[in-house]
Each structure stands twice: as C-alpha cells, then as structure tokens.
Design a protein around this ligand. Structure first.
Ligand code: PAF
Length: 278
C-alpha cells in the first residue's frame, strides 16, 4: 500500500492505472477505522482493480469545535489495518491540500439536507458534500462505497453525484454491528464503560419499532415508545427518531411501502446515530 499526502501524487498514481485500463474504487473515511470501514474496503476490493482509501478529518463538516478536537486520530493504526486488505493507495491529505488558501466553493444539496442531522448540525452536510465532491473529482474513481448507518448522508451523496454529473457509482453497504447490536462507529471509542453498556439501547429500540411498524402499528405511538425506550435504556436525550421514505427522506406517517427509521441520540458527551430499514 502506497501512502500519499498530495493531490499531485494521487493524480500521478491514478493516471498510471487509467493508462493501463484499470478500474478504481474509492472509500472515503475520516480514519479511526473499524470493521465497518473494512467491510467497505472489502466491497471496493471485490468490485475494482484498484482501491483508494481516503483519510481526512474534514474540518468543514464539524459543527462543534470540541467534536473536531476530540475526533479520534489513529493514522498509524489505520495504516496497519489497511495494509493486509489489498488497498493500493492511502490518500491522507493535509487541510491545505484540500482547502488551499483562497478556497471559496461550497457544495450545498437542498431538500435532503433539511431535517434530522441537517437541523441539529448546521453546516455539516455542506461540509460533507463539498469534501465528498472534491474527493470524487480528485480520485477520479469509478465507484465509491459508503456505510448505510449514516443513511441521510448516503442519500445526499447519491443526489450530488446525479446533480453534478460526476461519473461515479455510489454503493451503500450494510451497517456492521457489535454482537449486542451497537452500530460500529469511530465515536464508540469515546464511550465510558457505563455508556458503552447502555449504547445498544438505541438499536434495540429501533429494531423493536421497526417490527411494530411492520405489524401495522400506528407510527406516532411506536416512535414515542421507542424514544422513551432509548432514554429508559440510559441515553440522556434523543435528538431525533424519524420515520422517512428511504430515498426522498420525506416524513412518513404511515407505512405502506419501503420506509426507514433514522435516529440520533446523546449518551454523555457522545452523539450516536443509527438507521434501520422497516
Ligand atoms: O462518513 C464519513 O466518515 C464522512 O462524512 C466522509 C464521507 C468520509 C466525508 O468526510
């Protein structure tokens, strides 16, 4: 695995592969890699001749300075776990490479970015969409792989690729969970032992709610019971727990087709998100 930090080095590597007619997959990450990320790498490895993992803690998508400051940075460990996975290139640019002096462009996706994380994390999705568009254009990858845990992000990325005619196919991969149901997240590393023990309550409540909705129970009551269950399970507060159309993210007040539950909740200083299909 080669590791490069500049866009020029990235482009030189990609140009060689292109000249040889090889296909290229990208896995965008912010590092602190876990088995969820590695499942994306494995999907990328199976799909394309070459795999690029990008590692960039994107300052523009953090709405709270303390979240950016506390975000785990484990680049040496990340390199070590990627090495045996058949990754060709690790692109871990500096902030100046991504946002050089004078940088003035923002990619802003309307509609899908409103509600849920968009309401509670001002600027987050603009920062995410801007860096994802840049990473797609920098890597020139044919395919990109994202986790389904951040379902709203995934729908926004599909939209921006279509709207900006970026020639890349985006694939969502199933959320990887601990045995107790907790979705893997780089933020889990920041949970105290007591909070780690409480954390599965989020997925447990969402899975029960999804079952109840499939059985035809009224969404309003089901969602209220799930919110109460998350707090009873030890969470400090539920930021949102919404029932949405999987693609348009339109709010749903009944289930008569595909639907998705999306949630964010606080456990001590840590904000966890999850998403399950109904
Ligand atoms: O999901 C993430 O880790 C980030 O939002 C992403 C897609 C790498 C962009 O910074």
């Amino acid at each position: 695995m080669r590791a490069v930090r500049t866009v020029a080095d990235l482009r030189a590597a990609v140009a060689g592969w292109r000249a040889a007619g090889e296909t290229i997959a990208a896995v965008p990450t912010m590092g602190a890699l876990h088995a969820g990320h590695l499942s994306l790498v494995d999907a990328a490895r199976a799909a394309c001749d070459r795999v690029i993992v990008t590692l960039f803690v994107n300052p523009r998508q953090f709405d709270r300075p303390e979240d950016l400051a506390n975000y785990p940075r484990t680049e040496d460990r990340d390199r070590a776990v990627l090495e045996p996975r058949g990754v060709d290139l690790l692109f871990s640019p500096t902030v100046d490479q991504v946002y050089p002096p004078g940088f003035a462009t923002t990619v802003s996706v309307a509609g899908l970015t409103q509600g849920m994380c968009g309401d509670f994390r001002p600027g987050h999705f603009d920062g995410m969409a801007t860096v994802v568009a840049k990473l797609f254009l920098m890597t020139g990858a044919d395919r990109a792989f994202f986790g389904e845990k951040d379902w709203q992000q995934l729908q926004i990325v599909h939209r921006l690729v279509a709207d900006l005619n970026i020639p890349i196919t985006v694939t969502g991969c199933p959320t990887v969970r601990e045995a107790d149901g907790l979705a893997l997240s780089s933020r889990n590393e920041r949970l105290s032992p007591a909070d780690r023990a409480a954390a599965p309550a989020l997925h447990r409540a969402m899975a029960h709610a999804a079952d109840a909705l499939r059985q035809g129970r009224a969404p309003a009551a089901v969602l209220d019971a799930a919110r109460a269950g998350i707090v009873a399970g030890g969470f400090d507060r539920v930021e949102y727990l919404d029932l949405r159309h999987p693609r348009t993210l339109a709010p749903l007040d009944r289930v008569d087709g595909p639907a998705r539950l999306l949630a964010a909740a606080w456990l001590g200083p840590v904000r966890l998100i999850d998403s399950v299909a109904v």
